[in-house]
Design a protein around this ligand. Structure first.
Ligand code: NDP
Length: 308
C-alpha cells in the first residue's frame, strides 16, 4: 500500500478529466488521472458523436481514447483504479487498490450518471432504442416515432429537440402537470408533433437488440392501473442525473441533489482550497462532451495559475 505524492490529481477520465490532464501536463505540472469506474466516462456509452468540432463522426469510445492518448503524450499518467474515500483537509485520496494519493491540487471530474427506469432488459436495449441523450442520439430517429420520459426541463427540451427530427414525439409523464418552466411548457404544449401522455409510467420494454431493438413499450396509467401498448422506435429517459460525489459528502459544498457547488457560477473553484471542479459533476444546463472539455480546461488553468 503505497503513499504517492503528486502535484495534480484528477478524478475521472471523461472529456473534462482528459482535457484538464492535457492542460496540466502540458504546463509542466506532474499530473495523474484516476480513470475511475467507467474509464472514458459517460461518453463511452455514446455510439456516434457528430458534434465535437474537428473530428467528424466518431464513436464516444474512440473520442475519449484519443483524448487520453493526447494527455499521455503530454506526460499525464493514468491509473486504472477507483477512489473509495477522500480527506480533503489532508489532501488525500484513497484508492480501491489500497494506495493513497497526496495532492497539491485536486480536480474532481467524476461526472454524473443518468438515471434509468430500472426495468427488465433496459441494460441490453441501451443503444438499441433506449437513450438518455437526444442531442447525442436523436439524429438516428429521423422521421421515426419516439417517446421521452419525464416532466422536468430536460424532458421537455429533449422532446422539443426531437420534434425537429422525428415524425412523432410522445412525452410520457407520471403526473398530469409538468415540473418544467412555463416558457418550455408552452412551447411543448403548442407543438403539433408532440403528444403528452399524462399520469402514466413505462412498465415494460418490448424488443430485442438482435431483432431491430426497441419496438414498443407497455404503459400503465397510475390513476386506474390500466395498461396499454405504445409502438415507438426509440425512447429517451430524461428523469435526472445522479452526481458521482458520494465520497465528498460533508467535505464540500454540494447542492440538495449532491452536485458540487462552485464558489460562484462558472468558476472551477470549490469552497475547499486546492479543490476544483469540472464537467457534469456540477449542476449544468448543457451536458455535452465539448462543454465538459471546456470545464476541464478552466479547472486546469486555475490550477496552473494557483500553483505558480
Ligand atoms: P428534474 O429533477 O427537474 O426532473 C425530473 C423529472 O423526471 C420529473 O418530472 C420527475 O417527475 C421525473 N421522474 C423522476 N424519476 C422518475 C421515475 N423513476 N419515473 C418516471 N419519472 C420520473 O430533472 P431535469 O434533468 O429535468 O433537470 C435537472 C435540473 O437541471 C433542474 O434544476 C432543471 O431546471 C435544470 N435544467 C435546466 C434547463 C434549462 O434551464 N434550459 C435544461 C435542463 C435542465 P415528478 O415531476 O413527478 O417528480
Amino acid at each position: 500500500m503505497a503513499e504517492i505524492s503528486v502535484q495534480l490529481l484528477i478524478l475521472g477520465s471523461g472529456p473534462a478529466g482528459c482535457t484538464a490532464a492535457i492542460y496540466g501536463a502540458r504546463a509542466g505540472i506532474q499530473t495523474v488521472v484516476l480513470a475511475g469506474p467507467v474509464p472514458g466516462g459517460q461518453l463511452t456509452q455514446t455510439d456516434i458523436i457528430e458534434n465535437f468540432p474537428g473530428v467528424g463522426a466518431i464513436s464516444g469510445f474512440e473520442l475519449t481514447s484519443q483524448m487520453r492518448e493526447q494527455a499521455e503524450s503530454m506526460g499525464a499518467e493514468f491509473v486504472e483504479d477507483i477512489a473509495i474515500s477522500a480527506d480533503l483537509k489532508k489532501h488525500e485520496i484513497v484508492l480501491d487498490g489500497g494506495d493513497t494519493y497526496k495532492y497539491n491540487s485536486l480536480i474532481i471530474a467524476t461526472g454524473a450518471t443518468a438515471k434509468y427506469l430500472g426495468l427488465e432488459n433496459e441494460d441490453e436495449l441501451k443503444g438499441y432504442g433506449i437513450s438518455t441523450c437526444a442531442t447525442c442520439d436523436g439524429f438516428f430517429y429521423r422521421n421515426k416515432t419516439v417517446a421521452v420520459v419525464g416532466g422536468g426541463n430536460s424532458a421537455v427540451e429533449e422532446a422539443l429537440y426531437l420534434s425537429k427530427i422525428a415524425k412523432k414525439v410522445y412525452l410520457i409523464h407520471r403526473k398530469n402537470t409538468l415540473r418544467a418552466e412555463s416558457a418550455l411548457q408552452k412551447r411543448l404544449l403548442s407543438n403539433e408533433k408532440i403528444s403528452p401522455i399524462w399520469s402514466s409510467k413505462v412498465v415494460k420494454y418490448i424488443g430485442s437488440p438482435t431483432k431491430g431493438g426497441l419496438t414498443s413499450v407497455i404503459l400503465e396509467n397510475i390513476i386506474d392501473n390500466s395498461q396499454s401498448s405504445l409502438d415507438i422506435d426509440g425512447i429517451f429517459i430524461a428523469i435526472g442525473h445522479n452526481p458521482n460525489t458520494e465520497i465528498f459528502k460533508d467535505q464540500l459544498d454540494l447542492d440538495e441533489k449532491g452536485f458540487i457547488k462552485p464558489i460562484e457560477k462558472g468558476s472551477p473553484k470549490t469552497n475547499v482550497k486546492d479543490v476544483y471542479v469540472a464537467g457534469d459533476v456540477q449542476e449544468i444546463l448543457c451536458r455535452q462532451a465539448i462543454t465538459a472539455a471546456a470545464g476541464g480546461c478552466r479547472a486546469a488553468m486555475a490550477v496552473i495559475a494557483d500553483q505558480n
